[in-house]
Design a protein around this ligand. Structure first.
Ligand code: ADE
Length: 420
């Protein structure tokens, strides 16, 4: 079996950690048990380009239990957990192409392994695999053989919707990110907690009393801001959307333009999905000692060339912490090269939220096998009944009961919908 991992000897540690994550993934486990019986993915080749974490390992086990032949490559240069990659190869016989800290060239070689597997389904996080399959680098026959794909993240869905609008998307996609059981929980509580986890592991910073600037008040920004507030930070939100800005204000945050906010910031975190959120003018306005990092999908939110241009030197002062000495004497600290802080210096979102995200992935894979003939080359939502079933299963697994409508209540509500 072809693969590219750092060290097979890490497999036992990887397995222990994958099993630990599995304890918190009851919905995915139930799906895996059903898949073992029903084998809905029998003989289906799946290429997954995802963060190689303990949670992703449990998704890969589930796909394999369903009969799929699956390969996995990294969706980010810094997010791979090498022990997990080793365990998937050694214990699960799943080919993995991922090395923590790989360079860009290796990253694309790994993507090409996933492309050359000639997938029938792609599972992407950020749309790099789909882009590569559509590019001149790929054998043009391969994209034609894909039945459909799934996309895990907001940035990827935006990229794919834009490809669909331009008429260049060559196969259907299910936007897993847009399922309620995904983004309400993973993007909000997952990013909220794991971003703080990454910052704290990298810096050992005390959050209480710290002025934290949160760029972007989408689901990820909301989650992060609320968790930072909970730890006692003074949060300032920056936004370009008036509605989001109002929401941030009424959630109790201060709202200000970036140029004003950075002058007060001890810590700035970008979660927008856009480029150059922090650039020259902002670095010029920052306090000595400010820490900056990114939790958006790509490392484009912080303009690092601008930071380099203002600096006379840089050095690593802790793992994942780079000290930039500016020509005016100030020092700024960049975490994890501006890449996803929650996956670079921590372990990504906790298993309990990834349980629902990856339940959506697994069920969407099954849905594609059953329904691909009716699907067009566009971006689809996860069917509502799948989304609802995941919420129901998660509540059951957590032992939480909810009320049911009485017959009278049901009749009352339907009398409104029937116009009587
Ligand atoms: N994205 C964010 N957190 C993740 C995790 N733990 N596993 C896979 N993808 C992720």
């Amino acid at each position: 079996m072809n693969h590219d991992i750092k060290n097979r000897d890490l497999a036992e540690e990887g397995k222990r950690r994958i099993d630990w994550a599995d304890r918190f993934m009851p919905v995915l486990r139930l799906i895996r048990q059903r898949f073992e019986q029903e084998r809905p993915l029998d003989g289906v080749r799946i290429s997954a380009c995802l963060h190689v974490t303990t949670e992703t390992a449990n998704l890969m086990r589930t796909l394999k239990a369903g009969g799929a032949e699956a390969v996995l490559c990294a969706s980010n240069l810094l997010s791979t957990q090498d022990d997990v990659a080793a365990s998937l190869v050694v214990h699960e016989n799943i080919p993995v192409f991922a090395l923590k800290g790989e360079d860009t060239e290796t990253y694309y070689q790994h993507l090409d392994e996933a492309v050359n597997f000639q997938p029938m389904i792609t599972m992407d996080d950020g749309a790099d695999l789909v882009s590569r399959l559509h590019s001149e680098e790929a054998n043009p026959a391969f994209v034609e053989n894909v039945l459909a794909g799934t996309e895990e993240t907001t940035t990827g869905v935006i990229r794919l919707k834009s490809m669909a609008a331009d008429g260049v998307l060559r196969y259907p996609i299910i936007a897993v990110n847009d399922a309620k059981t995904k983004h309400f929980f993973d993007n909000r509580y997952g990013t909220g907690q794991s971003t703080l986890d990454g910052i704290i592991r990298a810096t050992n910073l005390l959050i209480a009393g710290t002025t934290v600037v949160v760029a972007g008040y989408g689901w990820c920004g909301r989650g992060f801001a609320s968790r930072a507030c909970g730890l006692g930070a003074n949060v300032i939100v920056t936004e370009i959307n008036p509605l989001n800005a109002l929401e941030a204000m009424m959630d109790g945050c201060r709202v200000a333009p970036m140029i004003d906010a950075v002058a007060e910031a001890d810590l700035v975190v970008t979660l927008t999905g856009d480029i150059d959120v922090l650039r020259r003018e902002h670095f010029e306005a920052m306090k000595d000692g400010a820490i900056i990092c990114n939790s958006g999908h790509f490392n484009v939110e912080i303009n690092i060339p601008d930071l380099e241009a203002l600096s006379e030197s840089k050095k690593t002062v802790r793992e994942f912490v780079e000290e930039y000495s500016l020509t005016d004497g100030r020092k700024l600290y960049l975490l994890a090269e501006g890449r996803l802080i929650n996956l670079a210096s921590a372990e990504g979102h906790p298993a309990s939220v990834m349980d629902m995200s990856f339940a959506n992935q697994a069920l969407s894979g099954e849905y594609i096998v059953k329904n691909h003939q009716q699907m067009k080359k566009q971006v689809y939502d996860v069917p509502e009944e799948l989304d609802d079933s995941i919420a129901t299963l998660k509540l059951q697994a957590l032992g939480v009961k909810i009320d049911e409508l009485t017959e009278e209540q049901q009749n009352y509500l339907s009398s409104w919908t029937m116009g009587t």
